[in-house]
Design a protein. Structure first.
Length: 91
């Protein structure tokens, strides 16, 4: 692929990503509107006939690695493992 072809592909990617951000912002606005309606009605679930929407509190217990690292750094390092990933960026 030539540099010109790569430039064109990057420009197309940037245009698509801009559209994607705009669509996600619109979707988030609709989500917020629906959540506000549920809150206003004091509901955490609503059946529209076609859909069931839920806005429920979920409680979960998660391991606090920072607290363990602060309290017992030797134990933390003993059970800590390294992971690897790759990141794609265009600048």
């Amino acid at each position: 692929m030539t540099n010109r072809m790569m430039d064109n592909r990057i420009k197309k990617l940037q245009a698509i990503e801009a559209q994607q951000k705009e669509l996600e912002a619109q979707a988030e606005a609709i989500r917020s509107e629906l959540k506000a309606e549920l809150d206003a009605n004091g509901e955490d679930e609503h059946n529209t006939g076609s859909f069931i929407i839920r806005w429920k509190e979920i409680i979960s217990n998660r391991f606090d690695g920072k607290a363990l690292k602060a309290a017992m750094p030797e134990l933390y390092s003993q059970y800590c493992r390294q992971s690897s990933s790759r990141r794609f960026t265009v600048a």
